[in-house]
Design a protein around this ligand. Structure first.
Ligand SMILES: *[C@@H]1O[C@H](CO)[C@@H](O)[C@H](O)[C@H]1NC(C)=O
Ligand SMILES: *[C@@H]1O[C@H](CO)[C@@H](O)[C@H](O)[C@H]1NC(C)=O
Ligand SMILES: *[C@@H]1O[C@H](CO)[C@@H](O)[C@H](O)[C@H]1NC(C)=O
Length: 157
């Protein structure tokens, strides 16, 4: 009897431990650099785990990969719109630079990227996404702004 109880306690403790460790391991994926996890050899039954998105009306997502992709597509079109607006301000920034050399401001660029990485956890954004996306935004916006600066002569003649 005592042994059964002890075994039960041990099992519960083990389950609790597994739950805690799993949550902690997934949480570490939100920080940069990513944890160095061993590659899983699982072949899981799909869908595995539990839905991780809960809407304000209490329903959860997602039930199918198509549903996931529809949501991603909708967000991607919002991102395109936001990047268009951002690029409009990048173009404006060029008007406040006197020389082509001053268009690229590496310390400002580094600050923009670092700010995104630092703010990421507060909005539950993986830091690797913040880092790579903002590097991509900067790496593409600098040449775009340089092009705008260089194109001005062409416009005036
Ligand atoms: C995973 O399991 C499924 C179902 O048993 C099987 O059809 C599939 O070949 C397995 N895939 C791999 C990579 O082992
Ligand atoms: C709950 O909200 C989600 C997201 O806004 C929506 O797609 C879904 O249809 C809603 N479900 C119900 C039962 O209202
Ligand atoms: C952005 O450019 C920097 C400097 O050239 C490079 O180290 C980095 O890998 C680039 N990042 C991306 C996401 O393109």
């Amino acid at each position: 009897m005592a042994t059964t109880f002890y075994a039960f306690c041990l099992l519960s403790a083990l389950q609790l431990w597994l739950v805690v460790v799993r949550a902690t391991t997934a949480d570490s994926c939100y920080y940069y650099p990513l944890p160095d996890l061993p590659i899983s050899q699982d072949n899981r039954t799909i869908p595995w785990g539990e839905p991780t998105i809960t809407y304000t009306n209490g329903t959860t997502c997602c039930s199918t990969l198509d549903q996931v992709r529809d949501e991603l597509d909708a967000i991607d079109s919002q991102l395109l719109q936001l990047l268009s607006e951002r690029s409009a301000y990048v173009r404006e920034a060029a008007r406040f630079k006197a020389t082509e050399e001053s268009v690229n401001d590496p310390s400002r660029s580094q600050q923009v990227i670092q700010d995104a990485i630092d703010a990421a956890p507060s909005v539950h954004l993986p830091q690797i996404v913040a880092k790579m996306v903002f590097e991509g935004i900067i790496n593409s916006s600098v040449p775009f702004e340089e092009c705008i600066f260089n194109a001005y002569d062409d416009d005036s003649c």
